[in-house]
Design a protein. Structure first.
Length: 104
């Protein structure tokens, strides 16, 4: 099967799924209860994306003192909570990871 055909079908499907939400409700007519609920989506999705990157190393769980990603994630979490700045958070987490990997 042609890869471009598959990419096109997936793209059209994505547009239809996202567009159906606007077509059903109409632009600017999201109910207040749904709008309040949608505010929690990023907080619910982020751990599902970030935790496997922190806890899975080489295809298996690495929950221990030798997993420097955990320390970097904790430092990034504290910096993010205190500063509310994504750039500082990313720099702090990456710097922590690089320093720990360089030292040990």
């Amino acid at each position: 099967m042609n890869p471009w055909f598959i990419i096109s079908v997936i793209g059209i499907g994505t547009v239809l799924m996202r567009g159906s939400f606007l077509a059903i409700l109409g632009p600017g007519s999201i109910p207040p209860a749904l709008e309040r609920a949608l505010r929690f989506v990023p907080a619910a999705v982020f751990p599902a994306i970030a935790l496997p990157a922190v806890l899975v190393v080489d295809g298996s769980y690495a929950i221990g003192f030798d997993n420097y990603r955990i320390y970097a994630a904790v430092v990034a979490g504290v910096v993010g909570y205190r500063t509310k700045n994504l750039s500082f958070t990313m720099v702090a987490g990456l710097a922590t990871l690089w320093v720990l990997e360089g030292l040990f």
